[in-house]
Design a protein around this ligand. Structure first.
Ligand code: SF4
Length: 605
């Protein structure tokens, strides 16, 4: 047994875990950036602050003490989202740097904090446990937070044990230190984590074993996870649970139980199982702690008044049981509070994606389309949408709760032009598998949808498409594919560009539209001032076409497919597409015609 807790990991399992970590996609991402003319940018040094005054997305958050964390070939479980995001933006996440630490600045941030916010979490994009200096600083931060009358929460993997004074400082501040433990952990690190928990509790601190849980099919890992659980409960630790999300492409996924792994509603390329041990491990992940949370008073679970403490728990991550019996609330915002990270301003990612804060989502749901809003937040979101769509061809806006009356959808649509119905079709169309439609139908089927533009069969197709996701597919898939038309068009030889501009085409009305309308007579590519306008439903082109046109169309579609980007929709994602400048499509729904995926779509003339 490792540190008298779990059976040692077998050499073969250890070899495969290491291979999965070393072969994770962050390694390829980092390599691709350097091959494309790198080197990766050095991580910027920030100044540690707390809450929204410091530009952080949540009042409960402090800046990480380090900027950056582990190298690409060593990230935890080969599965760190922060690492992927930061390598993807061309920064060397493994080039870890200590951020500036100024106690006076932190004191003034704490003084300006919302008084209702009773707890503070240290960072979320790194770990503090890489050196004595960071350990000492985190103890100082804990003491400043305690001085302000708040509870301090630290999550760590204890890569290196703290110096004695830092351990004592954290304990004196009654800091809650959650130590992540997983059945994937090798024996050495696991022993170090367990020893820390024992030493920290002995020093008077609030030590929390924080289990990264998964539903394993592999007996060795199932047993290890249960042994960890047993150690936590037998030793009377107040335990916490964090259901791990694993990319389907992660080699470790093959050890999961396929019948007990669900598509995550936000990160649809990942699977997770929800909380497996809510009774034994009552502390939920930080996104489920209310501002009023102020800890649990004792390092021994049996001495904690859990009924009282749990009043400060908001809707937690759903349990495995809730997900399997369909009673989980998968649209709850706590599931999506992953926000964005420190290389970009709060609430906004770097290019074509924006995550709105909850207060902005509320303001949007109350705003009226025909009244100018004096809210600065709304005006700045509108500007962001208009400029990004004009530059990029689309924008992804996350964090807008779905409302069945489509108020926010109609509001945002009205910023772009006139919401319009075409050929007597509904103004807001539900996109979901519908009985009676073939699997291959575009909006009511479940198969792949080829890249296309909407309503290519009317004389003046809509300029913008706005989609709002209410539910994703329960098993994944249904990602939207997006491709900037000019990017592919500009790569065609001139005579093929001409073929798309000058060959008249007839675009037929799809069979499901019960209307005796004439097909559109048009061109695939047209100039609208300086802008290129594309109309494309390859399956509906009816006129016999000359060879060069067919060649042009094939090459254009192939280039568009090659450069298409994939966007996972989750409940609360709103997507705005310039229907003249960008093609869109969709991957197949994994649950076929039984899929629960539902989006509402509005077209703007
Ligand atoms: S410690 Fe956290 S931030 Fe660092 S690599 Fe692991 S999961 Fe990512």
């Amino acid at each position: 047994m490792t540190a008298n807790v779990v059976s040692p990991v077998s050499p073969e399992t250890r070899r495969r875990i290491r291979a999965a970590i070393f072969g994770n996609p962050a390694v390829a991402l980092a390599k691709r950036t350097t091959q494309a003319g790198g080197p990766l940018h050095a991580m910027p040094i920030e100044t540690v602050g707390v809450g929204s005054r410091a530009g952080l997305p949540f009042e409960c958050l402090s800046t990480d003490l380090y900027s950056g964390c582990l190298p690409a070939g060593a990230i935890c479980y080969g599965n760190c989202q922060q690492a992927l995001m930061i390598f993807g933006r061309g920064y060397d996440f493994g080039d870890r740097k200590l951020n500036s630490f100024d106690p006076d600045r932190i004191r003034s941030d704490l003084a300006a904090l919302d008084p209702q916010q009773r707890w503070i979490r240290q960072g979320w994009s790194s770990d503090v446990s890489f050196g004595d200096e960071a350990w000492n600083r985190v103890a100082a931060l804990a003491s400043l937070v305690a001085e302000s009358g708040r509870h301090f929460v630290l999550l760590t993997k204890v890569f290196k044990a703290p110096p004695r004074e830092a351990l004592a400082g954290l304990a004196a501040a009654r800091a809650e230190v959650r130590v992540s433990i997983s059945a994937f952990d090798e024996d050495g690190p696991l022993t170090q984590r367990v020893k820390f928990l024992e030493a920290y509790r002995a020093a008077g601190g609030l030590a929390v074993p924080y289990l990264m849980s998964l539903e394993f099919a592999k007996p060795e890992l199932r047993t290890r996870q249960l042994e960890i659980l047993e150690w936590i409960t037998e030793n009377d630790y107040p335990g916490g649970e964090h259901p791990l999300r694993l990319e389907r492409t992660n080699a470790l996924s093959e050890w999961l139980d396929p019948d007990r792994a669900f598509a995550h509603p936000k990160f649809t390329s990942q699977t997770w199982a929800g909380r497996l041990y809510p009774m034994e491990l009552p502390l939920p992940a930080p996104p489920s702690l209310r501002p009023s949370y102020c800890g649990f008073g004792s390092g021994f679970a049996s001495q904690v008044d859990w009924e009282q403490v749990s009043r400060a728990f908001d809707h937690g991550e759903p349990t495995f049981r809730e997900i399997s019996n369909g009673t989980a609330d998968l649209s709850h915002p706590n599931l999506y509070r992953h926000g964005t990270i420190h290389l970009v301003p709060a609430h906004t990612s770097n290019t074509d994606e924006v995550t709105v804060a909850p207060e902005l989502a509320t303001a949007l749901s109350q705003a009226l389309p025909d009244q100018p809003s004096d809210s600065g937040m709304i005006a700045s979101l509108r500007r962001e949408i208009e400029t990004t769509v004009a530059r990029r061809g689309w924008i992804v806006v996350r964090g807008i709760p779905y409302d069945p009356d489509d108020r926010t959808l109609l509001l945002i649509g009205s910023w772009l032009g006139h919401p319009t119905r075409y050929l007597d079709q509904p103004l807001v169309r539900s996109l979901e598998p519908a009985p009676g439609f073939p699997e291959t139908a575009y909006y009511a089927g479940a198969g792949n949808v080829e890249l296309h533009t909407d309503k290519a069969f009317v004389e003046q197709p809509p300029h913008f498409v706005v989609m709002h996701c209410a539910r994703s597919d329960q098993r994944g898939g249904g990602d939207v594919l997006l491709s900037k038309a000019s990017h592919s068009f500009d790569r065609l030889p001139v005579q093929l560009q001409d073929a798309l501009r000058t060959t008249p085409v007839e675009v037929a009305i799809p069979a499901h539209i019960d209307r005796d309308a004439a097909p559109a007579h048009a061109f695939v590519a047209e100039s609208m001032g300086a802008q290129l306008r594309i109309r494309l439903r390859a399956d509906l082109l009816r006129k016999p076409s000359p060879d060069d046109f067919r060649e042009a169309l094939n090459q254009f579609c192939a280039l568009a497919r090659e450069s298409a980007e994939r966007v996972a929709l989750a409940p609360g994602t709103l997507l705005v597409i310039d229907n003249w400048a960008a093609l869109h499509g969709r991957t197949a729904l994994q649950s076929g015609m039984d899929s629960t995926r539902l989006c509402h779509r509005l077209l703007i003339a």
